[in-house]
Write a protein that binds this ligand. Structure first.
Ligand SMILES: Cc1cc2nc3c(=O)[nH]c(=O)nc-3n(C[C@H](O)[C@H](O)[C@H](O)COP(=O)(O)OP(=O)(O)OC[C@H]3O[C@@H](n4cnc5c(N)ncnc54)[C@H](O)[C@@H]3O)c2cc1C
Length: 450
């Protein structure tokens, strides 16, 4: 039995290529779909969803496969792989872009920057625009332009009955509201339409690395700097281990550091002056302020969390960086093994905070930081120890959290956080889920699947 009228490729469990195709970014997630439908067009998605309905299977989309929790890898269901749907159309005059369901952030950035335009995208070019957008979309342009969803102006969606709808603030407004932060649990988006903005192509960036002993000073600097920073600036503190690469002095390789990475999209000379203050503290290990293409800057974190390693994430929104918080993070980092492990705080505020929280499904518009614990490692023998360390740190962070959480950073054992996590938007999301996916064809946290 298979999908009929399908122009893409269907991979069954016995097919060559099935094993390689099923795994996403996080090797910890080892589930077996009953088949993988590699779609070439919207009609293929319709056929795959209809097949899922006829056979009472979960139908789950995959764009970039970067889901931390493995939300795009259903056990026993159909994996609807959109990675072949790479269409990108940019309208430079109208400053809009329409993209297919399988486009990656690096591809979106490249196509829009060819016209000096951009929409908020995340820090890793291989992340899918699909999953990132549907969860919210945080990146270095968010304070200036808002979350990715704040720039989503329309979408084409395949619903649970196989029908195709266009949604925006006028058409199926409840669905459009839910898609903006509520994830892929309401339908499969085959086209995203974005509003674009003039950005770069050159931007001013800075990096500063200090010994972890300076973590409180770094935290205090970020806190005071960001309270008054213009929306042009985003500054992300990262508590990490310095990698063994030539960029850093050899004596610091493998040592802990409190780092800051910043991007300023304002006029060059003012931006350089503002970011120079990141380098002003004593004991700087390495740092610079430089002008570079936005496209190059967007590759800064590329490869820091490589595809196919083992990962476990936890996250909370945080209002303020205090000495108490930094103390917990420093202890937590020292307790957290893993060659790719780090703790980061994405700065929000600016345009993100000017959208009322009920306007989209995204859970928290008031917090100034999104704090992520990203544990990453290769050796499966370390799984339990590292997951336990991340959980211990998360437990110690609870006093700093109001319970809301960024959907895109939920891990696989956190479905129970969905209710509190969606904050004031939970009840409406549940109501929209009942209307658009009454049989829970698409799963997701509201449907009790990861
Ligand atoms: C290394 C790394 C860096 C990251 N950096 C950032 C960052 O800077 N900013 C940020 O906001 N997030 C970031 N994230 C989180 C990221 O946004 C989420 O992991 C996101 O879900 C990934 O999207 P994807 O399409 O690659 O994932 P997938 O695994 O393909 O999909 C994730 C979820 O979205 C659903 N989905 C995907 N496409 C569609 C579609 N077209 N229609 C319906 N449902 C769909 C899937 O079913 C699944 O539930 C990062 C993640 C990683 C692993």
């Amino acid at each position: 039995m298979s999908i009929t009228n399908f122009s893409g490729t269907v991979l069954h469990r016995s097919d060559t290529g099935f094993e390689a195709a099923r795994f996403g970014w996080n090797a910890m997630i080892d589930r077996k779909p009953s088949l993988i439908a590699c779609c070439a067009c919207t009609d293929d998605v319709v056929e795959a969803v209809r097949y899922a309905a006829e056979n009472d299977l979960l139908a789950v989309a995959r764009c970039g496969g970067h889901s931390v929790s493995g939300a795009s890898l259903p056990e026993g269901g159909i994996l609807i792989d959109l990675s072949g749907m790479k269409n990108i159309e940019v309208d430079p005059a109208g400053q809009t872009a329409s993209i297919g369901g399988g486009v990656l952030l690096g591809e979106l950035d490249t196509a829009t920057q060819a016209h000096g335009l951009a929409v908020t995208a995340g820090i890793e070019p291989e992340t899918g625009a699909g999953g990132l957008t549907l969860g919210g979309g945080i990146g270095f342009l968010a304070r200036k332009l808002g979350l990715t969803i704040d720039n989503l102006i329309g979408a084409q969606v395949v619903l649970a009955d196989g029908s195709i709808v266009e949604t925006n603030t006028d058409n199926h407004p409840d669905l459009f509201w839910a898609l903006r932060g509520g994830g892929g649990q309401f339908g499969i988006v085959t086209r995203f339409d974005y509003k674009l903005h003039s950005i770069g192509p050159q931007v001013v960036t800075a990096q500063a690395y200090y010994p972890l002993e300076k973590a409180k000073e770094v935290g205090a600097f970020v806190e005071s700097f960001m309270r008054t920073a213009p929306d042009d600036i985003t500054l992300v503190p990262v508590f990490m281990t310095i990698p063994n690469v030539e960029t850093f002095p050899a004596q610091w390789h493998g040592k802990y550091a409190a780092a800051m990475v910043a991007c300023d999209v304002g006029p060059e000379s003012a931006a350089k002056e503002r970011l120079a203050s990141l380098l002003d503290m004593d004991d700087l290990i390495f740092g610079f302020v430089d002008t570079m293409p936005y496209l190059e800057f967007q590759k800064t974190f590329g490869g820091a969390s490589p595809h196919g390693a083992r990962y476990y994430w936890k996250s909370i929104f945080v209002d303020q960086i205090t000495d108490e918080l930094v103390e917990v993070l420093v202890e937590g980092l020292k307790d957290l093994d893993g060659e790719y492990s780090q703790i980061f705080m994405e700065t929000l505020g600016g345009a993100v905070g000017r959208v009322p929280v009920e306007d989209t499904a995204f859970a928290n518009r008031s917090a100034l930081y999104n704090l992520g614990i990203s544990a990453g490692w290769n050796d499966s023998a370390m799984d339990d120890a590292i997951v336990d360390s991340a959980k211990r740190l998360f437990d110690r962070l609870k006093p700093f959290s109001d319970g809301t959480v960024y959907l895109n950073y939920l891990d696989r054992d956190e479905i129970d956080r969905a209710k509190e996590g969606f904050g004031p938007n939970f009840d409406r999301l549940l109501a929209v889920k009942k209307i658009y996916d009454p049989e829970n064809r698409f799963g997701g946290p509201l449907g009790g699947a990861g």
